[in-house]
Design a protein around this ligand. Sequence first.
Ligand code: MOS
Length: 704
Amino acid sequence: MTTATTRPTAVTGAVGTAHTRVEGRDKVTGAARYAGEIPFADLAHGWLVLSTVARGRILSVDTASVLGMPGVLAVLHHGNAPRLDVDYVGMLGVPPDPTAAVFQNDRVPHAGWPVALVVAETPEQAREAAEALVVTYEEEPHDIGFHAGRPDAHPVDGHMPGVTEKGDLEAGFAASAHVVDAEYTTPEEHHAMMEPHAATALWDGGRLEVVDSNQGTTWVVDELVRMFQLEPSAVRVRSEHVGGGFGSKGVRAHQVSAVMAATLLQRPVRVVLTRRQMFSLTGHRSPTTQRVRLGADADGRLRALDHRSLSRTSTVWEFVEPSAGVARVMYDADAHRTANEVVRLDVPSPTWMRAPGEAPGSFALEAALDELAERCGVDPVELRLRNDPDRGPVSGLPFAGRDVAACFREGARRFGWAERDPRPGVRREGRWLLGTGTAAASFPAGALPSTAAVTAEADGTFTVRIAAADIGTGARTALTLVAADALRVEPDRVRVRIGDSDFGPAGIAGGSMGTRSWAWAVTAAVEELRERLVPGAPVPPEGITARSDTTAAVAGLAQKERHSFGAQFAEVAVDVTTGEVRVRRMLGIFSAGRIVNPLTARGQLVGGMVWGISMALHEEAVRDGASGGLYGPDLAGYHVATHADVPVVEADWLEGTPDPDDPVGIKGVGEIGIVGAAAAIANAVWHATGVRHRHLPIRPDRVL
Ligand code: MOS
């Protein structure tokens, strides 16, 4: 590992220097408690019962026979559960996923749909009764057949347009010296964070309190308030430590059913999901089939680009995996078309999963670029440099720093790209064929409105309160450094309290926007506090508190194409007698604006790249046509990269040019590490073997 090249940004210089996690000792000693292990007096336990059919109607729920079982307190189902309001658009701009709004009708839209909650004195009693509960169904034929060319596929305008187009595509392809036209597929993938979803709900003095594991307490409050039609001030959500989220930890069936049961029983109720339940209840990444057509001049300059992606959603919630979005940012052409289409099938709802859109989209687009480089006889790095646009290809907006070329140049230098022989299939080392590959990476740098409070305490320390979420990213530590620099004190005089909706609204840990959004609010609160602190004057016992709200500032940010960028490099070895692919080394060079804490930022980037190895070689959830469910929905059946699969993975970053219109300067490192990583590996497998792999994962049987 080399050291980071981060510029010092403030007087104390805490930002930009490596700090171990402020809660690290608590985590490794077990003092840090997660949502499922915080003790409560008089706690009851709920266990969800999931449908065994893939489509149909619930005919009966035989509650009588389990209500007599030891410890059983209640069985909730569509026949007795309170009605929820699901007719709203939440703070993320989308309606709620009905999978979370449990027990509202007798319809079963997919296998593993929540049909009942059994509540008992102990988790074991609840589980035993849940497994004994007899639910009968009227089954209907189901359709889970996902493939390109489905007539019911339709483009979806989500947070981005479904289709963008300019210029004459067919004329562009006709005039091109080289054309690549290929179909790429990625499978259904699941975010399997270490800590399963868990929540405890209780009513305390007229307020609903939910102790939870989520990516934003503001988000969970917002959804619960709307579903249960409560006053916002009547709900408090806490989420102090979170063992991973990756997009799946919003409002889910476990919180909603726990609130229902706590309301009915008037005692605390905890619902913890099992690993297997997570596979149908907490979202996943849709499979994609993507057709990419690239037309270029003899020298590799793009004349026409067409990226069309089809993903899959459930029949109850429309979520599109926007894989073609990456082409709207990365490459321009006079004729340019992108389309994100979706088809509704009898499957669980997908959701945001690390780098939604960019992860599968960059696999297809960057693999197609590699195929074009081969056709044109242009080096893959050089091809990307020749096609580096200076404005957003679709938006026409200027980039707030686009350092793709600089990332490639630095990466190529450090990876030793110049010595690469472009011919495929010519390097052999014993039973291994060796190859190297590269791919570009990008991820949007957005911001969400947030509020923060900073208190100057009488003892000379400072307390920051913000409803941020540290989902394992090191956000708590990053905010400590940001606050210390803004206050011009050492970090050990700053305590940062997060994960409590009573601190006021804040953006989520999602979309790579967390640290950027919260740092903005914390800095603004400190600026306000500094105005109010009189040098030399004593601080009263209750301290002096200043607050911030970045809503107006975020809305007023100048419109630009703001993204983190990067260049991925991979070396692989392929055993063509066993089909085994081993990644030997990876290098990612990123440009992500200001890096707050090199230690945890590197962890985010390397973690994303490791996930890219996993995506390229291992991950694949396979649905059974007969049952509509998954084969082996657990970590035995769903393979992820483990230590033995992960070689030297190095991530580093460039300083980048600060954007004068951007008061924060942080662009985000949460998701970009996975973007382009699978393509770099697939391109390296081609370089090793001379065979293109357009379908992930690159399993041994596909290599043979
Ligand atoms: Mo991320 S997929 O926005 O949590």
